[in-house]
Design a protein around this ligand. Structure first.
Ligand code: BJW
Ligand code: ZN
Length: 245
């Protein structure tokens, strides 16, 4: 695989890398993306599943949808893209800033991760905010209730109209601004405020590299766009670095 020389030179001299990732990086693990031909939002309406109003209107339906997605996540594994990012920690200071809730970066071995849209493994009570992991819950076929106050338990993910966890967003934004190279991998970059992060990185001087199977909203603003599957491209980048060091 041939990469642009300017990119390879930046990579050779870089110390801090940020990977800003979206659903596309997990596509090769068999997890559906949101938009595009086979995207989740083609079959389901986001306003009926991914908002607090939707949850309060039909908590069992929303809970069961997340249970179904948890099963998919539990039955899959990180792919070559996740693993290459984790291995790059041997050569660089690497931070992952992910919009994904699927835990696959952690399972691949990445150690510095900011999760902008929460984590499917965690849940909390909408009333008293007590956290629950799945093992803490007995009946998970219908929406569970809080052991302390009886409130509804929801997944700890960020739905439309909700604020992102402030520490995760500001930590991710700072890492991106301090990075030498910011890779934007497998995201349509249309959901805000997350999509501000790559632009903040570029404004602060980072070299912006996109890896996607097709052009996105961001493509006209990147320094380099590499089109192809992240599970194929990222291992090539790792190989190049291994040969240099
Ligand atoms: C591959 C590949 C391979 C495939 N290799 N690549 C109008 C303008 C601007 C903003 C807004 C607006 N109206 C509303 C808003 C705000 C809204 C928003 O941004 N909406 C836009 C969609 C218009 N944002 C919010 O509501 C956010 N909160 C907020 O703004 O708070 C402030 C506020 C508070 C109170 C009142 C008002 C405002 C919250 C956003 C939360 C997003 N939540 C979700 C669900 C998370 C939980 C769950 O998973 O169920 O997050 S939605 C969904 O989209 C999910 C994702 O993280 C997010 C981003 O999607 P992503 O990852 O980019 O996936 P795709 O499918 O879009 O793209 C996949 C890409 O991969 C594609 O490009 C493929 O080509 C590529 N690909 N295979 C490489 N093998
Ligand atoms: Zn409670």
């Amino acid at each position: 695989m041939q990469f642009k020389q300017e990119f390879l030179d930046k990579l050779k001299n870089a110390k801090k890398l940020v990977f800003f990732t979206g659903a596309g990086i997990s596509a090769e693990s068999g997890i559906a993306t949101f938009r595009g031909k086979d995207g989740i939002w083609n079959k389901m309406k986001p306003e009926e599943l991914a908002s607090f109003d939707a949850f309060m209107k039909n908590p069992d339906l929303v809970w069961q949808w997340y249970q179904h997605r948890r099963e998919i996540v539990h039955n899959t594994k990180p792919n070559a893209g996740h693993i290459a990012i984790a291995e790059l920690e041997k050569f660089y200071d690497v931070t992952v800033v992910t919009q994904n809730i699927d835990n696959l970066h952690r399972r691949a071995g990445s150690t510095k991760i900011f999760e902008l849209h929460g984590n499917i493994e965690r849940n909390f009570c909408v009333d008293c905010k007590t956290f629950y992991y799945l093992n803490d819950l007995e009946n998970t076929e219908s929406v569970p209730h809080c052991k302390k106050c009886g409130g509804l338990i929801r997944p700890d993910v960020v739905w439309f109209g909700e604020f992102l966890p402030q520490d995760q967003f500001s930590g991710g934004e700072k890492a991106a601004e301090w990075s030498d190279l910011c890779f934007v991998v497998g995201t349509s970059a249309v959901v805000y405020p997350a999509a501000y992060i790559p632009m903040s990185a570029k404004r602060a001087g980072a070299y912006l590299v996109e890896i996607n199977i097709e052009p996105t909203e961001l493509s006209t603003n990147t320094d380099y766009s590499v089109f192809g599957k992240s599970g194929e491209i990222l291992p090539h980048i790792l190989e190049f670095i291994k040969q240099q060091k």
